[in-house]
Design a protein around this ligand. Structure first.
Ligand SMILES: Cc1cc2nc3c(=O)[nH]c(=O)nc-3n(C[C@H](O)[C@H](O)[C@H](O)COP(=O)(O)O)c2cc1C
Length: 170
């Protein structure tokens, strides 16, 4: 159902520039509650860091997922098909603090060291290799700076890409 592809071949399946458009969902394990939590992301990039293929994501400090990412060493970035647009919107509206989003969505998680959504078209599996957070005093855009000072900043998580899989219809 899925096949592994080299990291360099992601562009064969999806444009890496618009990769994090509106269909990316990050899955992180909640060790405490024994569940997996999905969060929709629009910000991210793939490239190279410290000589390693790297996927970078940006998670705001108000998100439940931030607390999970701080505790967990792994995350997976799942790209869902257009038919699952409603679920992507749902994962981006509700918090895992209040609800078990996977349970409510009815979507299936393939569990293991790196859990991922079975409906994904492409999955990037990442091992966290570093993290930092924005220093709002260094943001040059006044509106964004004000917003961050009022609402808090995003943390930046760097994940070494350890595996990439795509749906294989054959
Ligand atoms: C299209 C879309 C893109 C989003 N991108 C991000 C993002 O890149 N980073 C982030 O922290 N939140 C992003 N959000 C907001 C979170 O998905 C949302 O706050 C979510 O409910 C947080 O879930 P959690 O509390 O379970 O972590 C996005 C939401 C949508 C709908």
């Amino acid at each position: 159902m899925f096949k592994a592809i080299p990291y360099e071949n992601i562009s064969t399946y999806k444009d890496p520039i618009s990769l994090f458009n509106e269909d990316g969902v990050v899955l992180v394990r909640d060790k405490e509650k024994g569940k997996v939590n999905p969060i929709t992301i629009g910000w991210g990039s793939i490239g190279v860091l410290w000589g390693k293929p790297c996927c970078t994501i940006f998670i705001h400090e108000s998100r439940y997922s931030k607390h999970l990412l701080d505790e967990e060493d792994f995350f997976s970035v799942c790209f869902l098909p257009k038919e699952q647009k409603k679920m992507v919107a749902y994962f981006g509206k509700f918090s895992g603090r209040d609800v078990d989003k996977i349970k409510e969505s009815g979507l299936e998680v393939v569990d293991g060291d790196y859990p991922f959504l079975k409906d994904s078209e492409l999955v990037i599996f990442c091992k966290k290799v570093g993290q930092t957070k924005f220093d709002e005093s260094k943001i040059s855009l006044p509106d964004i700076k004000n917003w961050c000072q009022q609402s808090g900043v995003h943390s930046i998580y760097f994940g070494e890409i350890v595996k990439v899989i795509v749906r294989d219809e054959k």
